[in-house]
Design a protein. Structure first.
Length: 388
């Protein structure tokens, strides 16, 4: 199942839980599941509110007066040692890590010492772990998001008045596409920003899907011009096509004055930066000079890193980029028993529903070096043994 964060009025942790409960996640089940952490110094209140004629769930996390303040190190241990599923643990910790890294830079302290009192402590745990639980409950496998609205103004916190969006929110949203709105309320909280960044594969327009349901979660404040709601839409991809779709960024530049030995080094670094693919094309440039066109494909959140790498590692003085859609054959990694032992191969589903197996290069390379065999022999033997 696919899901889309429609953040026309921003996003926060409580809005996210409200939308998921509206999609069918039982509130009592959610509270019981969160208590597996264990976490008992809270209560989950859910009410139905009307915002601009739209019914939505308003979730409030009521915290005990004796609730402790926890730093990132203690939260990691609390979640890691809980009875939650491994998938929920992994997703929850990825959100907390995003927040902790941003707060550590802003406050100038080690990441493990970041305290979550400003984010509500227990409130943040409930919102983040609750979101991961909801995603698992609904069977959501891929999530996407709209661009994120950025308001202005100021908000009062324990440090005094700070600008909106909060410094932590801006830091968390690095690499995420945003746009400005003329609203002077906080629309995106650090928790909401971290949730949408950790769970979303890409940011932009609605993905191709057949809509199933939509759920609405209400924010705390009533806004004048727009409903303060988060909408989450779930649906199914068209499985008959045999492929999935996503949005990527293509980055290009042409170079005619660089030592060609640098290109190999550049390719390795670009893949380290998160590039999905890198390739070179021979071109003829002005004055008929032979050159090389650099092509890089990456997800939007890696765009800035890729551009910085190209501008710092090459002689070019500029790059161009644009968003594009792509269709991808469904694939997954599976373990196959062979005469070389258990190896990882890629299982690809063709458009007609049939499958084919492709050995992983790095796996074959490791075997070839260890066994002192030609690489092509390793490929041939593995393909023969899995019956391709």
């Amino acid at each position: 199942m696919l899901a889309y964060f429609d953040c026309f009025s921003g996003i926060s942790g409580d809005m996210t839980l409200g939308a998921f409960i509206d999609l069918g996640v039982p509130a009592d089940w959610l509270k019981e599941s969160i208590c597996k952490i264990p976490l008992t110094d809270f209560d989950l209140s859910v009410s139905v509110v009307l915002r601009n004629g739209i019914n939505a769930n308003r979730v409030e996390v009521k915290i005990s007066q004796t609730a402790p303040t926890r730093d990132y190190f203690r939260i990691k241990n609390l979640i890691s040692e809980s009875a939650l599923s491994e998938n929920v643990k992994e997703k929850s910790l990825s959100v907390f890590e995003i927040i902790a890294e941003a707060e550590a830079v802003i406050h100038g302290c080690p990441k493990d010492k970041v305290h979550f009192h400003e984010l509500g402590g227990v409130d943040a745990i409930v919102d983040i772990v609750g979101t991961a639980l909801c995603v698992e409950y609904l069977g959501i496998t891929k999530m996407f998001s709209s661009r994120i609205p950025m308001p202005s103004g100021f908000v009062t916190c324990r440090h005094g008045k700070i600008p909106v969006p909060a410094p932590a929110t801006i830091s968390i949203l690095k690499g995420v596409p945003v746009y400005g709105v003329e609203i002077t309320h906080e629309l995106v909280t650090p928790t909401g920003a971290a949730i949408v960044k950790a769970f979303s594969e890409s940011f932009g327009v609605f993905p191709d899907m057949t809509v199933d349901r939509s759920g609405y979660g209400a924010g705390k404040h009533v806004l004048e011009n727009i409903p303060n709601l988060l909408r989450i839409v779930t649906g199914r991809s068209d499985e008959k096509t045999g492929y999935s779709k996503d949005r990527i960024v293509e980055i290009e530049t042409c170079i005619d004055n660089m030592n060609p030995e640098i290109f190999g080094f550049l390719m390795d670094r670009l893949f380290e930066d998160g590039a999905l693919d890198v390739y070179w094309t021979p071109v003829f440039m002005k004055k008929s000079r032979p050159g090389t066109e650099v092509h890089v494909i990456c997800h939007h959140d890696k765009k800035d890193d890729v551009i910085k790498r190209i501008l710092s590692e090459t002689t070019t003085i500029g790059v161009r980029y644009h968003e594009a859609e792509r269709n991808i054959l469904l694939r997954k990694n599976v373990e196959i028993v062979t005469s070389y032992g258990t190896v990882s191969v890629k299982c690809i589903t063709n458009p007609d529903g049939s499958t084919r197996f492709v050995p992983e290069y790095e796996v074959c390379k490791k075997i070839a070096l260890a066994k002192k065999l030609p690489l092509k022999i390793v490929y041939e033997n593995i393909i023969k043994e899995i019956g391709v």
